[in-house]
Design a protein around this ligand. Sequence first.
Ligand code: NDP
Ligand code: HSE
Length: 436
Amino acid sequence: MKAINVGLLGIGTVGGGTFAVLRRNAEEITRRAGRPIHVSIVADRDVERTRQLTGGSCRVTGDAFSVVGDPDVDIVVELIGGCDVARELVLQAIANGKHVVTANKALLARHGNEIFAAARQQGVMVAFEAAVAGGIPIIKALREGLTANRIEWIAGIINGTTNFILSEMRDKGLSFADVLREAQRLGYAEADPTFDVEGIDAAHKLSIMSAIAFGNSMNFDQAYVEGISRLDAADIRYAEQLGYRIKLLGITKRTAEGVELRVHPTLIPAKRLIANVEGAMNAVLVKGDAVGATLYYGKGAGAEPTASAVIADLVDVTRMHTADPEHRVPHLAFQPDAMVDLVILPISEVVSSYYLRMRVEDRPGVLADVTRILADDGISIVAMIQREPGEGEEQTDIIMLTHKTRERNIDAAIVGIEALPAVKGRIVRLRVEDLL
Ligand code: NDP
Ligand code: HSE
């Protein structure tokens, strides 16, 4: 059967991996797809390097816009990243009737609503398995495997860089800044790590999963995002003493009042499988009403793991290339006319348990004052530890875990506690999830 022709935009880390795996596994991929998947043209800024990488097996250009208009190209694979040029290229590809495969989570989180609407109008597919958790087929699982379920919540470790940093902070007792420097030296973290360490990359991925889970539009702008850069190694240690690990989680939850969409460092019980996901690995926990909790684990980044997801999309698109658009799996799992507009809850309305660490004067009555304020705000304590003060020390740390409460209640309590003369400095507040 005639090959399907791919126009590859960007042959960097993921593009290079995609090209290599397509070539290495061509025979098996053809048997699965029903026809060969042939990269007919590659666009990259570095044309000479691209010629060397592709070894004369396809055309090479420095002009990505010529690829999206190329009449021989059936599927455009966008692997250049970013939002500006990538958005233009993807929209032009769609307007030209090309199917699109992309790993670009930033693009979809920010412009997905526009891109999917354009794709529907043109009757083309936009596939994006690689955009969330790299090689883990979580989009396929959410969109197809779990389609019988009313999804209740998703909680994921969806950023490898931050999980690596948190693992190292815990294992070696090092500070965030020291581990980040080491991660950059080893090439785990980007020179500008902001997107990863401030939780933005995880929020991009979470917004995509949330839309698919609940049939909502993409709502990245309303996500609550808090990264790990202000996390203190002391809190990792105290959490450990209380039987918890701290992970940067992306959490989306359907409640009676709306949808929670939040990324932040989270204490989770150390005995949960997901709490033991270490290093740069990713894992996503999905709770469906019929199936219960399901866990997906694997490499969330890297050339070939991400290529695995890109090529899975290429095979899907190839198989469905000639099918009527209504016979294809909808982009966001729900039929376009059955999408809903669920409210995204502000973080003040989220219900969670909390970890509080405060520095206090070590004298009678201080704990009573603190617990009185918590009680007045309707907050109940689950567990507490007090660091034994050192010789001659007049201050100590008190660490508390609370029962579930609304975030605005804990905020009010924190204001009250910080105003106590015996409480020194700011209170550290982290969210706690039992993930049951
Ligand atoms: P790279 O920077 O390694 O590769 C991008 C390539 O595209 C580079 O060769 C770059 O050239 C080229 N390029 C950039 N702009 C243009 C342009 N206008 N025209 C032609 N070529 C261009 O990125 P990655 O492979 O790491 O990432 C690609 C996408 O995959 C991103 O959206 C990323 O978020 C996503 N992703 C990446 C993962 C990973 O593990 N790396 C995992 C999951 C998703 P130059 O270097 O000269 O700029
Ligand atoms: N920067 C991401 C991470 C990989 O650290 O997981 C690309 O999604």
